[in-house]
Write a protein that binds this ligand. Sequence first.
Ligand SMILES: [Zn+2]
Length: 389
Amino acid sequence: MYRLYPAPAQAERLRRWGHTCRAVWNLALEQRIYVLQQRGRCLRADEQCRYLTQARHDLDWIGELPSQTPQQILRRLDRAYDNFWNADHPARFPRYKKRSARLSIPLPGQAVRVRPINRKWAFVRIPKLGEVKFRLSRALGGDVQNATVTTDASGRWSISFAVRTRSPAPLANTLPPVGVDFGVKQAAYCSDEAQPRLMPPTLTAGERRRLEGLERRKARQVRHAHTHRGGRHSIRLQKTLREIARIKARQARRRLDFTHKLTTDLAKNHGLVGIEDLRVKSMTASAGRGSRKAGLNRGILDNTPGERRRQLAYKCPRYGSVLVAVVPAGTSQTCGRCGHRDPLSRTDRDSFRCVKCGHGDDADHNAATVTLHRALRMADDAVCRRALR
Ligand SMILES: [Zn+2]
């Protein structure tokens, strides 16, 4: 992901495109649901592409998009459906994109051209938009297959590229294996470390004070809007909301940065990474819309076990290591030394003492050790099965 710096006019056009992409997604989803309900049949991208040709004719706001973009959106919708039908994938049924959703504009690779200016900056040529400058924070490392332009709540633009790498497959990683217990309070406890990895504070004290002040101002302005303006937001309230979004987006970026550093370290410095096979779906499913928990979930989604697992799943092969997800049942009640399982071994929230062998440990570190043992067993079984075949 690279930070993109469009000129004001370009940003305005990108914003319009983003909302058009959202509308195309929503229309396509609506059509699929309608066809499924009325005729009991599933529409796919290929078929919907034909309707699209017609729609481009009739609705000139769709025609304004770069030519391949709507097809890419339909293909993404296909993938969202596939993930939903895949029992091993935690995805839910595809949802409509709200006006407040993050804007995202897919672009085909053959349409974009990257032109480096120097080591730190580059231009990307986007059809119907021209050249846009972006910060070349690291090398692209391959041929561009496709690109996606996104913006977050604070109005920053980014571009990401899917590249085909030409580097050969990495050698098998021979470093020692590790078991990891992911938590909410402490980000991760590794079986080979004595201390948990904590996520550093995502806001400085000054930023936190500023955010609190802004939240109070927002509450006051919302109250005023309700009593005097019939709920209509004032210019000042809009400014406050923008400012809050800006700080929260910064916080989210720092959380994501931490998650990336954690997963890279795990994948790079271990031959095998054992994790619990947790389903984020069930962890975040209980939060209703607008509830307190929904806010919490929104906050932690860029640092959830699901996101960490997603990152590990693509980073481990890159570093030649193996990711093994084990059954999580009873990891907190099983002894990491003798393997005895008893609920009574869990003395309180934080500590573990085995009732059989007397082994004492931090509860989460013990769980990480048990996860490692299970992962090693699973990996051994897999090797044996392959040998027997
Ligand atoms: Zn024991």
